[in-house]
Design a protein around this ligand. Structure first.
Ligand SMILES: Cc1cc2nc3c(=O)[nH]c(=O)nc-3n(C[C@H](O)[C@H](O)[C@H](O)COP(=O)(O)OP(=O)(O)OC[C@H]3O[C@@H](n4cnc5c(N)ncnc54)[C@H](O)[C@@H]3O)c2cc1C
Length: 470
């Protein structure tokens, strides 16, 4: 184990040190620099992989008073707050959430001023055209714009630079140690912004909350968000917020890579079929709600099934109803043959589909609203979009829990300032993005809010950090 400070090369001193070069870190860097501070961003990944989970994003949710070129209508602060209360079931810091939502109004044009371009939402299953701003070219283009602006402003960035230690005395940060190309460097700074993501890529940490089943989870984003900075902060007496098992998790194709599969491995066809576990049993109402309001529960649901695997089963007419998938569905001409392809018991899957088909009631199918196609007498029911699975070929996707990001994080106040376990605010330590998402997201998720948390608290953290070091 290397001793902090020994053998280390000394780099120059900065006003503000930012750990993590994703959306939150870049927003903090730009706002700190615009406030006049000298800024260094340390990013663990090589340049090509810079920007962690932000690379995978498509949109952000901000309050706005009126339609814009790219948003179809207004989205008031109250409506945003109600949406947040609904998805988190009230499990949020209301004061901080209200503050974030109010700030999101000016963050939207501010992000545009930093060079990010938006485009109208695509149609389809997500229905976010009024509430969410989509990045032209996706998250990577968004990041490239932020990096360009930051660099033009004079922000310095080190890639392949993993922070491996923090020097914190009481509630005051003084220096950090990072490793780059086998060399150890020390960097002193007047204040610190941690924007190093959650701990979703740290399977051992996930196991502490979930047990051994976490081995079967797939991580949708960067392998670099291992939570090492969060752990250091906790060890140095920073107060935490959130539950270690709470996270954003969706059902993704079980054939996806272990890390970084991104958005294209997600499957949005649950509502068009039935979902069974490896015993061919259904376990939840696939038609409970409009898809954008419910997609984020399926990761957790699949995590509770044996071996953390499930299968979305549907028939030929449904194949055209959702976005094409990265991996083709597994298909067969009969339900029994489909089960064999999936390694399931044919008689068991046939029995489940036969029972489901028998209890589907007549109705008028409409995937754009909560239609009247439902089952009766089935447990669990399928409340909407229930249609018999009867037209060959039959299809299935195997799905596993895909972890997007974790919620346990550092407690912060309205200034994005970390709070210590003794209740004192940190003197010069701030946090933004996933690493403090649990302040807003106690549980649940509303599409686009990850980026809102990063941009709003990133901008605040940068300004506050610049002022704190003055
Ligand atoms: C597939 C996918 C799709 C998503 N889509 C959306 C979406 O459309 N809208 C939305 O709002 N949210 C979305 N999210 C969530 C969103 O990506 C995150 O909420 C957001 O990007 C977090 O930003 P961040 O800056 O906090 O973290 P990140 O963007 O992950 O950046 C953290 C950075 O810290 C670096 N780092 C970690 N440890 C260290 C260390 N020790 N030293 C130095 N650097 C370190 C990492 O390399 C990384 O670059 C999506 C996530 C995924 C995985």
């Amino acid at each position: 184990m290397r001793k902090w400070g020994s053998m280390a090369k000394h780099t120059k001193r900065y006003d503000v040190l930012i750990i993590g070069g994703g959306n939150a870190g870049l927003c903090a860097a730009i706002s700190a620099r615009r406030t006049g501070a000298s800024v260094l961003v340390l990013e663990a990944a090589p340049k090509f992989y810079r920007g962690g989970n932000t690379r995978h994003t498509r949109n952000m949710r901000c309050a706005h008073d009126a339609a814009t070129d790219t948003l179809t209508g207004p989205y008031s602060e109250d409506e945003f707050f109600e949406d947040l209360l609904r998805v988190t079931e009230g499990n949020t810091d209301s004061d901080l959430a209200r503050h974030m939502i109010a700030q999101s109004k000016s963050v939207l044009p501010w992000i545009g001023e930093q060079g990010v371009r938006f485009q109208p939402s695509l149609g389809g299953t997500l229905s976010l055209g009024r509430t969410n701003s989509f990045f032209l070219g996706g998250g990577r283009a968004m990041l490239n714009a932020l990096y360009l602006t930051a660099e033009e402003l004079g922000v310095e960035v080190e890639y392949d630079a993993e922070v491996i230690a923090l020097e914190i005395n009481g509630n005051i940060f003084t220096a950090a140690t990072f490793e780059k190309a086998g060399q150890i460097y020390n960097v002193c700074a007047g204040s610190l912004v941690t924007a190093a993501g959650g701990f979703e890529a740290n399977i051992d940490w996930l196991k502490e909350g979930w047990g051994e089943i976490a081995e079967n989870f797939l991580i949708r984003g960067t392998p670099y968000n291992k939570g090492t900075i969060l752990k250091m902060l906790i060890d140095h007496g920073v107060e935490t917020v959130g539950d270690p098992t709470q996270c954003h998790a969706v059902a993704i194709d079980a054939r996806a890579p272990k890390f970084d599969g991104g958005i294209i491995t997600r499957l949005d066809c649950v509502v068009f079929g039935i979902v069974v576990n490896r015993h061919c049993q259904r376990f939840y109402d696939e038609g409970e709600e409009i898809w954008p309001k419910r997609y984020a529960i399926w990761g957790r649901l699949v995590a509770q099934q044996p071996d953390q695997i499930a299968y979305i089963v549907f028939d030929a007419p449904s194949l055209e109803r959702f976005m094409p998938s990265l991996y083709p569905p597994i298909s067969a001409s009969t339900i029994g043959a489909l089960a064999t392809e999936l390694g399931l018991e044919p008689a068991a899957l046939e029995a489940t589909v036969t029972e489901f088909n028998a209890l589907v009631q007549p109705g008028t199918f409409d995937s754009s609203l909560l239609d009247d196609c439902r089952t009766e007498g089935l447990s669990p029911p399928k409340s909407h979009w229930a249609q018999r699975i009867e037209t060959a070929p039959f299809y299935a996707y195997p799905v596993r829990p895909g972890i997007t990001f974790t919620y346990l994080g550092t407690k912060v106040d309205r200034e994005a300032r970390m709070i210590m376990r003794d209740g004192k605010p940190a003197e010069n330590m701030f946090a933004a993005g996933e690493i403090m998402a649990g302040n807003i997201l106690g549980s649940g998720y509303a599409a686009g809010i990850g980026m809102t948390i990063g941009s709003v608290f990133g901008r605040i953290a940068g300004t506050q950090a610049a002022e704190a070091c003055a």
